[in-house]
Design a protein around this ligand. Structure first.
Ligand SMILES: *Cc1c(COP(=O)(O)O)cnc(C)c1O
Length: 376
């Protein structure tokens, strides 16, 4: 049996006619950059995320970058974030000229640990504390970071919060949607995300009138009015084709999320029945986990297990094999192995299994069977 990590063709088959219609509409209009389709998507995403505004941008990475640029973060500033995320989380900080300050994660949710954030800030000198400008929590794998204590810390030290919600559209924390809890919420429409475009795309949410105005200016090279530049922005614009595709898919998102949650529940039953107790399944601490990924933690031989599954036609992925503080390009930050042991353990032990909405029960049974076979 073949079980890919993700099967976008299965999703497309169900929405082909609708997608072709809207894409054809864009083609006929020959209006490709920003414009009515982008504005329509912005209104829909803002409503979905329960924010005042949303600004369509070129990718999730650019969503983070343009949010930080809009907030005026740059050289001499520091930004607290997690070492266990996709590269762009820290890359965006460094691209503004600021410096990331990594803080270790919670071993159950893999999200940044508020207790460690507090400790880290308290261990800083008054001088160092003054350079602190923002906090980027990542809602990893589709589950929100522990936002209440993080917000408390941010208020106390006057830090902006930029939520990296690239994996978490629709996820909730105490009934609040990802992207509505910080100053900015950054989302990705990379095709493999829960809400994916047919290319690159992203969006930034905000409740602030002034951030909203500034985001729209930053997205077009800081130009306002046209050809007059008070700020240096970039080309962070979203295409009409991508916006039109995402607007169609957004209508299905809650159904797809429900299917992911059902698949997660099915895995839990199957793992329990198989007696695979040494494998740690995702720990649901927040009330709406959207399962962008279903990530298990295996006690040992993760890479061998992965190979075994691959040989049996099962796709898996390691998110992420090298924590950010140990990436070669951040060597100047002078981190060493052992600095963030929880993140380092996670990078050695976690494995993402197929969880996409169209995954069948038979496929899931087969996945769990092959994992059991490996450990028997
Ligand atoms: C995917 C992702 C991004 C970047 O999004 P792109 O659209 O690929 O640029 C940023 N942060 C996290 C946590 C992601 O998973």
């Amino acid at each position: 049996m073949n079980v890919p990590l993700l099967d976008l063709k299965a999703q497309y088959a169900g929405i082909r006619d609708e997608i072709r219609e809207v894409v054809d509409d864009v083609f006929e209009s020959q209006y490709f950059i920003l414009g009515p389709h982008v504005e329509d998507l912005e209104a829909r995403i803002a409503a979905y995320c329960t924010t005042q505004y949303a600004v369509g941008v070129s990718s999730g990475s650019d969503a983070l970058l343009v949010a930080l640029m809009t907030a005026g973060i740059g050289p001499g500033d520091t930004v607290i974030t997690t070492p266990y995320s996709f590269f762009a989380t820290a890359g965006s900080i460094v691209r503004t000229g600021a410096t990331p300050v990594f803080v270790d994660i919670d071993p159950e949710t893999y999200n940044i640990s508020p207790g460690h954030v507090k400790q880290r800030i308290e261990s800083m000198s008054a001088e160092q504390q003054k350079t602190l400008k923002a906090l980027i929590p990542v809602h990893l794998y589709g589950q929100c970071a522990d936002m209440d204590p993080l917000k408390e810390i941010a208020e106390r030290y006057r830090l902006l919060i930029v939520e990296d919600a690239a994996q978490a559209i629709g996820s909730e924390y105490g009934g609040r949607r990802a992207g509505c809890m910080g100053d900015f919420g950054c989302f990705s429409f990379f095709p493999s995300k829960n809400l994916g475009a047919f290319g690159d795309g992203g969006i930034v949410t905000t409740d602030s009138d002034s951030w909203w105005e500034r985001l729209k200016i930053m997205r077009v090279h800081g130009s306002h009015p046209k050809y007059y530049h008070r700020f240096i922005g970039g080309n962070f614009r979203l295409d009409a084709v991508q916006a039109a595709v995402v607007a169609v898919k957004l209508k299905y998102l809650d159904n797809w999320t429900a299917a992911r949650q059902e698949n997660a529940a099915a895995y839990r039953r199957m793992f329990a029945d198989a007696g695979l107790a040494s494998i740690q399944l995702p720990v649901e601490k927040q009330n709406r986990h959207v399962y962008n990924q279903f990530v298990i933690r295996v006690p040992g031989q993760r890479d061998q297990l992965r190979r075994h599954l691959q040989e049996n036609g099962i796709g898996t992925e390691v998110y992420y094999p090298v924590p950010l503080h140990l990436q070669e390009c951040f060597a100047h930050l002078q981190h060493r192995e052992g600095d963030f042991p929880v993140a380092e353990d996670a990078s050695r032990q976690t494995l993402a299994l197929p969880i996409y909405p169209e995954l069948t029960n038979e496929q899931q049974i087969y996945v769990v069977e092959k994992i059991k076979q490996y450990y028997d």
